[in-house]
Design a protein around this ligand. Sequence first.
Ligand code: NAD
Length: 284
Amino acid sequence: MQLIDGKSLSKKVQDYVKSEVEILKTEKNMVPGLAVVIVGDDPASHAYVSMKEKACKNVGFYSIAHKMPDTITQDEIINIIMMMNKNPHIHGILVQLPLPSHIDTNRLLEVINPVKDVDGFHAYNVGRMVSNLDSFVACTPLGVMKMFDEYEIELEGKDVVVVGASNIVGKPMASLLLNKNATVTVTHIHTKDLASHTRKADIVIVGVGVPSLIKEDMIKEGAIVIDIGINRLESGKLVGDVDFENVAPKCSYITPVPGGVGPMTIAMLLENTLHSAKQFGEKI
Ligand code: NAD
């Protein structure tokens, strides 16, 4: 069994982004900029935003966090996003999800200029990704693809089961795998017999939010298991969706939680923002 080390791969990507920022500064006098919009006081969301701000600082990006109370109206948030769309120092705009229930998330995501949509959630980018065209891709599934690349894990012809079908994790994950010619099964809360699918899979990718959902008897010998879930137990311990201790010995590769997919998400956000600055920075 080999651990897929997201922490060190994330560092490698961040070091690359940092060196590219230096080149952009010297050659084009340009600093990539990321704006984060966060609404309400959800502690987990604030923790994620702080991590993103720290990562931006670390690679030399300019970053702004618009922190707003949950009494803010949808129109007020739209105005802020539109300001960021016009701001030439901002190359990436990210709306931290989830949003309070009085806000129409899809409506807000559609206001972001697609060339600054570094989270890849705008329907324009989703459509291009599904069509296997150049686009911004959601950071978590993109981070998983980067792991496959780094560990030279071949996807073509593989039976892959994706557990979880959200717009930000499972669905884009499935599209990216399909674009690499894997045979993809997408499962979710309404799937009748989850184990009957996962047991046949060469690769299982799970992003659900249920601790220990994937158990030893649900995985075939030698399978590759990617755990996207992040769950905080009452004890304070952070765990994924896989019963790691018992599943790991059966796997050829597995990602740990923490230190697996989580750090890759931030690395991909930085890479997407760098890409936006390089590709569109002189036009916006
Ligand atoms: P979500 O609630 O939007 O979607 C959950 C999905 O899991 C749904 O499709 C649902 O049908 C499915 N599901 C729920 N219970 C199930 C069950 N018992 N069996 C099979 N499928 C089931 O959640 P999300 O935003 O997609 O996040 C999923 C998990 O991934 C969470 O733990 C979240 O914290 C984590 N996450 C991690 C990262 C990262 O950077 N590693 C990024 C985003 C989300």
